[in-house]
Design a protein around this ligand. Sequence first.
Ligand SMILES: [Zn+2]
Length: 189
Amino acid sequence: MMRRTLLKVLGAAGLTGLAADALPQRSGAKGPAAAEELQKNWKQFLAEGVAVSSPDEKLTLSKGEWRRRLSPAAYDVLREEGTERPGTSPLNAEKRPGVFVCAGCDLPLFTSAMKYESGTGWPSFFTTIPGAFGTRRDFKLLLPRTEYHCARCGGHHGHVFADGPPPTGQRWCNNGVALRFIPKAGNPV
Ligand SMILES: [Zn+2]
């Protein structure tokens, strides 16, 4: 039963049909261990020769510098905690193996194996790369919800909810415009 659930999750994340040697072996990983393994082995989804930043090298810029660096849509989400219209991000349909990094500072945040189709119209993930985010309570909709932001540049990415799929039950609901996808093979988008 657990294995079937895991396969369902992996299938939803678009991992079915990939070359077995291209990705870490997950056979035998069940329940929370499956998520831990995905977190531990995230670098196996990184394209060769790609240099990525670390959460410890903080990036602090002025508002003007951020405006020059980001598109208006990315600025609105990352620096003003805006929300993109659901269903508008091309990353909703992204199913190739690879790594999602912060559009503000290139910090790796999620792998393709952590993504699933939530049906919300925003890219959704059931876990994250370790250390990628900080969180805080947010009362914008009166009911408390948990806002999360990039650990390196502080950019707002989305909110995390407790109605996600196994193995974690988490739904990291991310604005697509705040992400950049680096496929393991092929050209970045
Ligand atoms: Zn960032």
